[in-house]
Write a protein that binds this ligand. Structure first.
Ligand SMILES: *Cc1c(COP(=O)(O)O)cnc(C)c1O
Length: 404
């Protein structure tokens, strides 16, 4: 059962005030809020069993290790991963992408091609540009159209026997477009290219099945799905993870160390050098449990309702333009008021307790496509209400009056 009133009570922050007004938090695409269940889990860790994992014989260390590995299994089940060691804990999406990009730099040679989409977050562009600089590989870009969708006929033209890797986000953080990753994965595999999907923006809204997708790598961050910052996952098919070299050297990731030669630990430890974010990993598991207790079908259908309502209400405002109008969209609305800078709108909304994002949303190529400096972005989560949408609409109208 989807009980909005009860859900909102799970999030203590939602009852605070900002500038004397009730907080209306519409910056969920940047980071989500944290339910009491996850906060309790963090408090429990530091209150009761804080210890380093995997090496202690003492009770606390064993308890922490068990909970950390149990969280890995929760995550494994959630993403329908075949083996727990195909889940690597990272510090977040950015770390996962860099780990894979770094690994591929030992396989790629000059003239190899890698394909990115025009709709990416900078964290899924820059590591690949660095990879191209190191290897001489060539970066190709799937273009976008006015609706903010990928032009898939162009994708077909970009693929060739030289294509080694394709990397796209599942859902665009700047526009909310859901990309046709099933088709992208199939077509890339047809030319023997591997595929990395950046799921940072998809995981708060849908439950991906990595085996069904047959994706080679999938990355996500806990903090966009009710978990803490500084922790995330890289899923990789076992064969790929065995093939990739380690990313960082240090403790935890070795089998044996001598000054002559070091051998690496088995998966997943080969990629988990140093003391990880233990509490964060455990709390990530708790966040996934919490979201599943609400139910991803409930989340998706309610957020769709919010998106439709907010879109209709916002479009009633004269001079308001929405960027990203695909039919396949999640609850992100990027917009501008004619002749008004997005930053000014955001500042006025904040005075009214309304939190939105303004700027290029780490996706400058999209802004360049539309020839705009940035947008105002309102992004909704399952704990937002229609009353909050109304507050946003009122706030935008007021900003327009004050600024024009
Ligand atoms: C947030 C986001 C990232 C970066 O995630 P971090 O947690 O900052 O590493 C990458 N890609 C997309 C699509 C995002 O929304």
């Amino acid at each position: 059962m989807f009980n909005l009133e009860r859900i909102r009570k799970d999030f203590p922050i939602l009852s605070r005030k900002v500038n004397g007004k009730p907080l209306v938090y519409l910056d969920n695409a940047a980071t989500s809020q944290t339910p009491q269940h996850v906060i309790d889990c963090i408090v429990d860790y530091y209150s009761n069993y804080n210890a380093n994992i995997h090496r202690g014989v003492h009770t606390l260390s064993q308890e922490a290790t068990d909970k950390y590995e149990a969280a890995r299994q929760t995550i494994q089940k959630h993403f329908n991963v075949k083996k727990a060691h195909e889940i690597i804990f990272t510090s977040g999406t950015t770390h996962g992408i860099n780990l894979v990009a770094n690994g591929f730099s030992s396989f790629l040679k000059s003239g190899d091609e890698i394909v990115v989409s025009a709709l990416e977050h900078h964290s899924n562009i820059v590591p690949w540009q660095m990879l191209c600089e190191r290897t001489g590989a060539v970066l190709k870009v799937i273009p976008m159209n006015e609706e903010g969708e990928l032009v898939m006929s162009e994708f077909d033209n970009l693929l060739s026997p030289n294509t080694q890797l394709v990397f796209v986000n599942h859902i665009s953080n700047a526009l909310g477009t859901i990309n046709p990753i099933e088709e992208i994965i199939q077509k890339a595999h047809a030319v023997d290219a591997a595929v990395l999907v950046d799921g940072a923006q998809a995981c708060p809204h849908i439950k991906p099945d990595v085996q069904d997708l047959d994706v080679d790598f999938y990355v996500a961050s806990a903090h966009k799905m009710c978990g803490p910052t500084g922790v995330g996952i890289l899923y990789g098919k076992e064969a790929w993870l065995n093939k990739l070299p380690p990313y960082q050297g240090g403790g935890e990731m070795i089998a044996e160390v001598t000054f002559e030669k070091t051998t690496y630990a088995d998966l997943p430890h080969k990629f988990e050098a140093g003391t990880p974010n233990i509490c964060g990993g455990i709390a990530f598991g708790a966040a996934i449990d919490y979201m599943n207790s609400i139910g991803f079908n409930n989340i998706a259908s309610y957020e769709h309702e919010l998106l439709e309502y907010a879109t209709q209400q916002l479009l009633k405002i004269n001079g308001l333009k929405i960027y990203g109008t695909s039919k396949h969209k999640t609850s992100v609305i990027s917009f501008n008021l004619e002749g008004i800078h997005p930053y000014d709108v955001g500042t006025i909304l904040d005075k009214m307790g309304i939190a939105v994002r303004t700027g290029h949303h780490c996706a400058q190529p999209i802004m360049d496509y539309y020839k705009i400096p940035g947008t105002v972005r309102a992004s909704f989560a399952f704990y937002n209400t229609k009353t909050e949408v109304d507050s946003l609409v009122e706030g935008v109208k007021k900003a327009q009056m004050m600024l024009s």
